[in-house]
Design a protein around this ligand. Structure first.
Ligand code: NDP
Ligand code: 2IT
Length: 450
């Protein structure tokens, strides 16, 4: 098991992170989890400590913070803050999404960027780690307001991007619409059709088939590989999926295709439970097209569905896929889930389970797949989009989805083998952190003091 940092040199590194990054609790949490796994790694490789690889990795290569002024539909000037944390480029150009949500602070972007380094390393693809975003809240804003915001955001950010430098994509609050406006402004400012500078583009203008589905599908492919380890499948299982955004929708889609029954999904206002299984067409209409709240589902679906203003984890299910946001599933919820018979948890979101919840799951012997591994299909398919852009080609859905499936199997194997190698069989948190870290550390050492 992973959580606490026992090795003194690693504890010193962690204390340094606390001191240099005060009041960034999500960032501290992400660092503590990774460093908590590295004890046996530095014991085998003391040069990682001598070369101060870990302290170097805890300090982003570059952090960009900028003002984003724009005008709303009423003619009022609005000011937001924009971020891009370019974390590590040893494996490739900085790669990671942009999040537009009122809760975004520098510490949020740092935690996401830190996770992204190891996630991207785990995919085996040539992508470094980065993340960005803004405290802009797209909810309730018109398309014209979102466009003006995106244009202002890109007017500053463009100078830091490039297909060989830094390649953003979507995350919470950033989907196809926002990527379109961002790409349009980049193209206009630079006078270059540099398709590989952003991923998650529309299919008609340089996007990849299967990218929109990739994170949710990948999470379910990963969960399926986990289930296979104990001779099980998702067929016939009751499944709860939190969120109802990009990741949640395509996770539900794949669960249903594999014979599972999705009982509930949510948004930040509460959840809907449907004893007949969630009607995904209705969710997609409400969320992707009409951009309405989740309660509308129960109003329109009727039957055995209802809206509850509470915690989705109270709905009993054998499989749980948290696909909304960080720290959405705490120790209390985890205890209730274990009691109710949950057997498998795979994180579609980034860090949705608190450290207390992860310990509960691991101590109860549940199969627990951390986000770094389980949700890596999104960024992996972004890398496939970059490959298609670089070769000016576009692949079929079947080919791209096949590659995604293969990549998720590879990540699963890497986690299992690494955990096994270090005598921690079945610990996917350990396997993911150590396999991801080792690839990054070796590349850093090869490149000297950078
Ligand atoms: P979306 O914006 O499409 O959907 C986010 C969903 O989560 C919405 O249902 C939203 O509800 C809910 N949510 C967001 N913030 C909160 C909150 N503070 N409390 C409760 N619910 C919340 O984002 P994605 O589906 O793209 O992202 C979901 C998660 O997956 C994030 O953790 C993201 O980092 C991660 N991820 C995304 C990838 C991608 O390719 N998009 C790749 C890998 C990971 P509401 O509408 O009410 O805010
Ligand atoms: O958290 C993530 O991996 C993402 N939001 C996707 C990043 C990407 O570059 O596709």
């Amino acid at each position: 098991m992973s959580a606490t940092i026992i090795v003194p040199a690693l504890q010193d590194a962690y204390q340094g992170v606390l001191r240099r990054n005060p009041a960034e609790s999500e960032f501290h949490q992400a660092v503590e989890e990774v460093l908590g796994c590295l004890g046996p790694v530095v014991e085998r490789n003391p040069h990682y400590l001598a070369e101060r690889v870990i302290e170097r990795l805890c300090e982003p290569e570059r952090q960009i913070i900028f003002r984003v002024p724009w005008t709303d539909d009423a003619g009022q000037v609005q000011i937001n803050r924009g971020f891009r944390v370019e974390y590590s480029s040893v494996l490739g150009p900085y790669k990671g999404g942009l999040r537009f949500h009122p809760s975004v602070l520098l510490g949020t972007v740092k935690f996401l960027g830190f996770e992204q380094i190891f996630k991207n390393a785990l995919t085996g693809m040539p992508i470094g780690g980065g993340k960005g975003g803004s405290d802009f809240d797209p909810k309730g804003r018109s398309d014209a307001e979102v466009m003006r915001f995106c244009q202002s955001f890109m007017t500053e950010l463009y100078r830091h991007l490039g297909e060989y430098t830094d390649v953003p994509a979507g995350d919470i609050g950033v989907g196809g619409r926002e990527i379109g406006y961002l790409f349009g402004q980049y193209k206009r400012i630079t006078n270059r059709y540099e398709a590989g500078v952003l991923t998650g583009k529309g299919i008609a203008w340089g996007g990849s088939l299967a990218r929109i589905e990739a994170t949710g599908y990948g999470t379910v492919y990963f969960a399926n590989e986990m289930a296979k380890q104990v001779g099980a499948t998702l067929d016939g299982k009751d499944v709860v999926v939190s969120g109802s955004g990009n990741v949640a929708i395509y996770a539900m889609d794949k669960v249903t295709e594999l014979g599972g029954k999705v009982l509930a999904c949510s948004d930040s206002s509460g959840y809907v439970v449907d004893e007949d299984g969630i009607d995904l067409d209705l969710i997609r209409d409400i969320k992707e097209r009409r951009r309405e709240r989740i309660r509308v589902y129960a109003q329109e679906r009727g039957g055995r569905s209802r809206f509850v203003e509470g915690r989705i984890w109270d709905v009993p299910a054998q499989v749980a896929l948290p696909c909304a946001t960080q720290n959405e599933l705490d120790e209390d919820a985890a205890i209730a889930m274990v009691k109710a018979g949950t057997k498998l948890v795979a994180e579609g979101a980034n860090m949705p389970c608190t450290p207390g919840a992860v310990s509960v799951f691991q101590e109860a012997g549940l199969l627990f797949g951390p986000g770094k591994a389980a949700n890596a299909g999104g960024v992996a398919t972004s890398a496939l989009e970059m490959q298609q852009n670089a070769s000016r080609d576009s692949w079929t859905f079947e080919h791209t989805d096949g590659r995604l499936h293969e990549i998720m199997r590879g990540i699963h194997e890497r986690c299992v083998a690494t955990a096994q190698e270090y005598g921690q069989p079945g610990d996917y948190v350990f396997g993911a952190n150590v396999a991801g870290f080792t690839r990054v550390a070796e590349a850093m050492l090869a490149m000297g003091v950078i």
